[in-house]
Design a protein around this ligand. Structure first.
Ligand code: ATP
Ligand code: MG
Length: 422
């Protein structure tokens, strides 16, 4: 992609009311645009990152037997009355009027659709287990929408719902999902800072597990067990004093962002919809469900909170919008021709490249490259050609090196992008 053709431009300043680092950088660099508090447009650069995150999650969900679907955002009041959440979640939901007293919900979550949906297709114990997931916008009346992408009123979530006949089957699926979540966080570059965390069960179950990424930008407080690294959310610390996994008593306090949350909802939603099948003995049995949420826009904001410096973002390769930022300096035809050759060669080799072909100063190009944060910067200039070719620099390393023009693509050791592990 040529930068002169890119839909967006960088900006010197972010909106004044945008206090979070993630939103400031993403808006200034042209990844996202703020429509109003907690509601953002994803622009070409931002959507490229989002799609990479989405694909990593998709691979890991498919690897644990998830089948992708897409459920509606607009949902009828009647389904929400069946679970009691039309009133229980009243303050958190956007309710919408239709014609003639029809009432709808802009979905904050999707149990009220997925359970009756499963009822249509899961008719026998032989149909189990099953798991479906989607990438879908959720709507919540968040009071504090001040953390940029970390807390949206409309935000993208992956939600997977699993269906089981027995508790043992739900338990074993839950453990597989924990591994899948770990893989996702490793692959997007935040695995080492992300802790499985004992947390409250949300609306129904007593406890759940969150995945919490340690950063000062976090709104949550967690206590990390110094012996086994399981964390405990502050919201339940008073009732859980020793580590539930290793009985350790020594904890480190950290601020963290909840990037994922997984629940054993068991019969909580299958009961109101009477989702039963006949078991092998011919008895009607209520199905058990697991629910596995992961916020993609929050994850993208979290990556920015972890990977940035005073100049801009520093994307991990697996989620970067492009691998290479190719920059041409000066207007001499020889320099421009060489840069175009390299650009065409990278494209032929399917290496994602953003080519800064703008007629602006070197200083502006370098500042924008640092802000946008693509992992590798290649500069072609009169100076680099005199020195023997192209200048290559990694975004997270001050060193530069000169490589011969015909060795540019081979000289970069891209970090291999892991694929699903099972
Ligand atoms: P929080 O406690 O931060 O409000 P939650 O516990 O209400 O979040 P869940 O219902 O567990 O959220 O949603 C599953 C996942 O969706 C969360 O782990 C998070 O990654 C994401 N998520 C939830 N609310 C938001 C939001 N307002 N903006 C962006 N992502 C969100
Ligand atoms: Mg949660």
């Amino acid at each position: 992609m040529k930068q002169t053709e890119l839909f967006t431009k960088t900006q010197k300043n972010a909106p004044k009311d945008e206090v979070s680092v993630n939103a400031q950088l993403l808006i200034r660099a042209g990844y996202a645009d703020k429509l109003m508090a907690g509601v953002y447009t994803f622009l070409p650069l931002g959507l490229r990152v989002m799609k990479k995150i989405e694909n990593i999650i998709r691979e890991e969900m498919n690897a644990i037997g998830g089948q992708e679907i897409l459920m509606p955002t607009l949902q009828p009041k009647e389904n929400w009355e069946i679970t009691g959440r039309w009133t229980a979640l009243d303050e958190d939901m956007f309710k919408v009027d239709g014609h003639e007293n029809q009432k709808f919900v802009l979905a904050p979550t999707h149990e009220e659709v997925v359970i009756p949906l499963a009822k249509k297709f899961i008719n026998s114990y032989k149909d189990l287990p099953k798991a479906v997931y989607q990438f879908q916008n959720k709507f919540r009346k968040e009071k504090r929408a001040k953390s940029g992408l970390l807390r949206g009123r409309e935000f993208l979530m992956k939600d997977l719902y699993s269906f089981h006949l027995s508790e043992a089957d739900l338990d074993s699926y839950y453990e597989k999902a924990v591994v899948a979540y770990r893989n996702i966080f490793d692959r997007v570059g935040i695995g080492e800072k992300t802790y499985k965390t004992f947390a409250s069960g949300g609306t129904f179950a007593k406890y759940s597990h969150e995945f919490q990424t340690v950063t000062p930008a976090g709104e949550d407080i967690i206590y990390i067990c110094q012996k086994c690294n399981l964390a405990i959310n502050k919201e339940i610390k008073s009732e859980v004093e020793v580590c539930p996994d290793c009985q350790g008593k020594d904890f480190r306090e950290e601020k963290a962002i909840e990037v994922g949350n997984i629940f054993k909802n068991k019969e909580k939603y299958t009961k109101p919809f009477n989702l039963t099948v006949k078991d092998e003995a011919g008895e009607d049995k209520l199905l058990l469900t697991g629910c596995f949420g992961l916020g993609l826009s929050r994850l993208m904001g979290t990556i920015v909170e972890i990977y940035h410096d005073e100049k801009g973002m520093i994307w991990p390769e697996a989620v970067a919008p492009f691998k290479i930022h190719l920059i041409v300096l000066g207007s001499q035809p020889i320099v421009i021709n060489k840069a175009e050759e390299i650009y065409n060669d990278l494209q032929k080799k399917n290496i994602e490249v953003l080519y800064d072909d703008r007629e602006v100063s070197a200083g502006e190009k370098f500042a924008d490259a640092d802000l946008i944060g693509i992992p590798y910067r290649i500069v072609i200039s009169e100076k680099s050609l005199k020195a023997g070719g192209a200048e290559i620099k990694k975004r997270n390393n001050p060193e530069t090196k000169i490589v011969k023009l015909d060795e540019v693509t081979n000289s970069i050791n891209f970090t291999p992008s892991n694929t699903a592990k099972r």
